[in-house]
Design a protein around this ligand. Structure first.
Ligand SMILES: Cc1cc2nc3c(=O)[nH]c(=O)nc-3n(C[C@H](O)[C@H](O)[C@H](O)COP(=O)(O)O)c2cc1C
Length: 170
């Protein structure tokens, strides 16, 4: 299976720890994984101009790092959203990437999805999970796992093993 991971963190710490465990397990199982560091990219918010659905024929009028995201996003069997919690939601960078998918005429052919969230506090995941579940309901993509971890559990061997085992079992 071809898996695309969107990592919404702008730095390589807690979320990336979860992503790395996922990648190790998925690759061990023989899957091909591409991690896209959307958190470090320059991705503008959707302008709502509808150019993509008219003259643009599926192309966004904005030319930025999203051009690196579209191909991997459009051509995968599974999509993984990974993000730190920023004010009760995913980061602005990954939110922008998700919303810019609006330009594609149809959503990716992916049939499975997972969500990895890292935070400082407990009980802060409802907003991000609601967004994720809403997208899956809209697209028909199946949720196969949601993993949340707050500090300091978000960098433990136990969490690493849990995510590794999950990915290896895909
Ligand atoms: C701008 C900003 C907003 C944040 N908002 C929250 C929040 O609402 N709730 C929370 O528990 N942690 C919040 N955090 C903490 C991060 O979610 C937490 O440190 C996370 O593990 C960072 O992941 P990273 O190491 O991948 O960047 C915030 C951090 C930043 C920088």
């Amino acid at each position: 299976m071809k898996i695309t991971v969107l990592n919404g963190s702008p730095r390589k710490q807690n979320t990336s720890f979860m992503v790395d465990a996922f990648v190790a397990g998925a690759e061990e199982a023989g899957h091909t994984v591409e991690v896209i560091q959307v958190g470090k990219m320059k991705i503008g918010g959707c302008l709502g101009c509808e150019y993509c659905h008219g003259k643009g024929e599926g192309q966004c009028i904005q030319k930025d790092d999203m051009e690196k995201v579209y191909p991997a996003f459009a051509d995968c069997d599974m999509i993984v959203f990974a993000s730190p919690i920023y004010y009760f939601g995913m980061t602005a960078q990954i939110a922008a990437a998700i919303q810019r998918v609006y330009a594609l005429m149809k959503w990716p052919k992916a049939t499975k999805a997972a969500l990895l969230l890292s935070s400082m506090s407990p009980n802060v995941y409802d907003g991000a999970i609601a967004t994720y579940k809403g997208i899956l309901g809209f697209t028909g993509i199946e949720d196969v796992g949601v993993f949340t971890a707050k500090d300091p559990e978000n960098s433990t061997d136990e969490l690493k093993q849990t995510i590794y085992d999950f990915a290896k079992g895909l």
